[in-house]
Design a protein around this ligand. Structure first.
Ligand code: SF4
Length: 311
C-alpha cells in the first residue's frame, strides 16, 4: 500500500480550489476532489473539466435536500442574502469527512495519513471566511486539525498534516483578504489559464432569487424541492397562500409545463399567443374562494402579459 498522504479537496472548479490542488500536488499529495451540488448551486461541469486537466479523481455529491432544511432554519444565520454559508460549509465538511474516513475513528486518522483541504482564503468572504467562522466550521464538523487551507495555512493554526510533516508548511501560502492579486499571480506561476471567474454560482447569494426563497419559506414552511424548482422560472405572484407563475417566453412556457405536479393547474391561451401559467396550492389551502380569486388573477395576468411574450 502506498505510504503517500491523501487529501480530499472540496473542489468547485473555481480558481481558489484549483490552486489548493496545485499546492498539494506540488508536494506529492495524492488528491481527490469532491464537488457538492444542489438545486441552488452546481459547478460540476466546470469541476469535471478542471479535475481532468489537473489529473485528479472527482466525486460529485448532491446535497439538495439537506440544503433545503438548512435554508429554512440555519443555526448560524444568513449572509447578505439567503446564503447560510456557515451551516452550508459545516454540512459539506461533514459529508466530505464521511467519504474520507469511511467509518474509522478520529484516533485512527493519523495512521492513514488522510486529511481534508479547501481553497478557502482567510478574510476573503466576511461572513464565512473570517477566523472565527473558519474555526467554528472545523469544530462543528468534527474535522479540527485535519482540515488544511493551503492558501492561508501560514496564517492559521498548524494542522496535523503540517505537524506530522506530510506536507511542508513553509511551501504553503499566507493569502488573506478580498484582493485576488496573489491568487492571480500564483495562477500565472502554475501556468493556469482560462480559469472561471470568481463567485457567482450560488443562487442563494442572488438578491432577487433570495426574495423568492424567503417569501416561499414564509408562506409554505413545508415547501419541498419541487416548490423550490419553480423559483428559477417565470414571474411570480401570490394570491393568499396560492402561488401563480407566469412564463416570460416560449422556453419558460415549456419549462413551466414540465414543472407541473399533482394538484397544479396549468392555464394556456387557446386563441392568442400568451404565457403559460401554473397555479400551485398546498393541501390545507384548498379553499374554493381563494382558488377562484387566484384563477381570476391568473386570467388578468395572462391578458396583461400576452402582448409582452418574447420568442
Ligand atoms: S455561497 Fe452558497 S454554496 Fe457557497 S457556502 Fe454559501 S450557501 Fe454554500
Amino acid at each position: 500500500m502506498s505510504n503517500k498522504s491523501k487529501a480530499l479537496v472540496l473542489f468547485s472548479g473555481g480558481l481558489d480550489s484549483i490552486l489548493a490542488v496545485k499546492l498539494l500536488k506540488e508536494q506529492k499529495i495524492d488528491v481527490t476532489g469532491i464537488c457538492f451540488t444542489s438545486y441552488f448551486f452546481d459547478s460540476s461541469d466546470i469541476a469535471n473539466k478542471w479535475a481532468n486537466k489537473l489529473n485528479i479523481r472527482l466525486k460529485i455529491c448532491d446535497i439538495s435536500e439537506e440544503m433545503l432544511k438548512i435554508i429554512k432554519n440555519p443555526v448560524y444565520g444568513y449572509g447578505k442574502n439567503m446564503n447560510p454559508c456557515i451551516d452550508c460549509k459545516i454540512l459539506m465538511m461533514k459529508k466530505a469527512k464521511k467519504f474520507l474516513w469511511k467509518g474509522t475513528k478520529k484516533s485512527e486518522w493519523i495512521y492513514q495519513k488522510k486529511f481534508l483541504a479547501t481553497g478557502e482564503v482567510l478574510g476573503e468572504r466576511p461572513f464565512s471566511q473570517n477566523r472565527n467562522a473558519l474555526e467554528l466550521i472545523e469544530k462543528k464538523s468534527g474535522v479540527e486539525s485535519y482540515l488544511l487551507r493551503p492558501l492561508s495555512a501560514k496564517l492559521l493554526k498548524e494542522t496535523i498534516p503540517e505537524k506530522e510533516k506530510w506536507i511542508d508548511r513553509e511551501k504553503l501560502k499566507d493569502f488573506q483578504g478580498r484582493s485576488r492579486k496573489r491568487q492571480i499571480a500564483l495562477a500565472v506561476k502554475f501556468n493556469i489559464k482560462n480559469y472561471p471567474t470568481p463567485a457567482g454560482g450560488c443562487l442563494l447569494t442572488d438578491p432577487s432569487f433570495s426574495v423568492r426563497v424567503r417569501e416561499l419559506i414564509k408562506k409554505w414552511p413545508n415547501c419541498n424541492i419541487d416548490d423550490i424548482a419553480l423559483l428559477k422560472v417565470g414571474r411570480h405572484f401570490w394570491e393568499g397562500g396560492i402561488k401563480i407563475i407566469v412564463g416570460r417566453n416560449e422556453d419558460e412556457n415549456i419549462m413551466i409545463e414540465k414543472l407541473k405536479r399533482k394538484g397544479d393547474i396549468i392555464l394556456k391561451p387557446r386563441t392568442f399567443k400568451g404565457p403559460t401559467i401554473l397555479i400551485r396550492r398546498k393541501e390545507k389551502e384548498l379553499d374554493s374562494e381563494e382558488l377562484l380569486k387566484s384563477l381570476k388573477m391568473a386570467k388578468n395576468l395572462m391578458i396583461r402579459y400576452s402582448s409582452q411574450l418574447s420568442s
